[in-house]
Design a protein around this ligand. Structure first.
Ligand code: RRO
Length: 310
């Protein structure tokens, strides 16, 4: 089975990428995964200065999903360049750094320094974190701000720029188009959905931050709809992310136009999930007579009416 996929200038050995925030900078998963079997990895988002993150509890399990309000804890860009990026750069897969700023200048400074140091094959611009007060979703919820930050980062980066979008907007297609207008090479869709959990007997929130971002299988249909809308709104490649746990899930995202997918929450409950998902995807493709993953791309035919497959 030919599993190769191209994300613009990035050539991946298969379409499965480890989502940001779910495996640190690679060290944490070294005993569980053979990175050379993955399409790529995206490091935990870094910020210009070190951050402690949000007050605990930072996660809460919900029906078919996880709420998180981690709040971007990280050692800052200096530590990332000294420790995180050198480790990440040794992994035998496509290595992607992730940055989040409070201002355009912060995004630019981090992108420039990562690009100049080398070791990352691309940079994901996280304009969609739901759990921080400054920056975070503010850029990703506004089309002109999305275009502005994308253009500024693009101008200082020697590697492809990926823009990660929030689904917590009215028209994600407009935001995706703004990222493309700003020069984005690739779009990631989507980050987590704002949600909350409450303990009714003591009338208190379950998260220290009260609200958080929902991920996991609960959001798959929501993410799929967002990815379809993004794929119809831009000409650049799209990575689908949100609730993927099976090989069939991957192929659903590819059918509506995602050239690759990211897997996050599935690895938290099953650290070897990505290898299982890859085998399932190959078996699914084989069973349906496909000889390559790219043949599954963009086949969606809504005009033919609803499916009678299941
Ligand atoms: O750290 C977080 O709380 C976090 C981030 Br940066 C993000 O992009 N998405 C998310 O659900 N949590």
């Amino acid at each position: 089975m030919d599993l190769h996929t191209a994300l613009g200038p990035l050539q991946l050995r298969n379409p499965l990428i480890m989502a940001s925030g779910t495996f640190g900078y690679g060290w944490e998963f070294r005993d569980f995964l053979d990175y050379s079997r993955l399409g790529g990895v995206i490091a935990k988002t870094v910020t210009i200065r070190p951050r402690k993150g949000n007050p605990p509890p930072r996660t809460c399990e919900t029906a078919c999903g996880v709420l998180n309000s981690i709040g971007l804890p990280n050692g800052g860009i200096d530590e990332f360049l000294r420790v995180g990026l050198p480790y990440l750069s040794r992994l035998d897969t496509c290595r992607i750094a992730s940055i989040a700023g409070e201002t355009v200048d912060e995004f630019v400074e981090m992108a420039r320094r990562i690009s100049n140091q080398g070791g990352a094959d691309a940079i994901e611009v996280n304009i969609s974190c739901p759990n921080v007060k400054k920056g975070g979703m503010a850029f990703g919820a506004d089309a002109p701000a999305t275009e502005q930050v994308t253009r500024a980062v693009r101008a200082v980066c020697a590697v492809p720029v990926i823009v990660k979008l929030t689904p917590n907007v009215t028209s994600i297609g407009e935001i995706a188009a703004a990222a493309q207008a700003g020069g984005a090479d690739i779009i990631s869709a989507v980050n987590t959905f704002l949600g909350m959990a409450v303990s009714w007997p003591d009338a208190r929130p379950m998260l220290g931050n009260i609200v958080g971002g929902l991920s996991g299988p609960a959001i798959k249909p929501l993410a799929l709809r967002n990815v379809w809308e993004v794929a119809r709104s831009v000409d650049i490649p799209v990575m689908g992310v949100g609730g993927i746990v099976t090989g069939a899930d991957v192929l659903e995202f590819m059918t509506v136009g995602a050239r690759a997918v990211q897997i996050g929450t599935a690895s938290l409950v099953e650290p070897t999930a990505m290898e299982r998902i890859l085998s399932e995807m190959v078996a699914e493709l084989d069973e349906h007579g496909f000889s390559s993953a790219e043949q599954a791309l963009g086949r969606f035919k809504p005009s033919q009416g609803p499916s009678c497959c299941r």
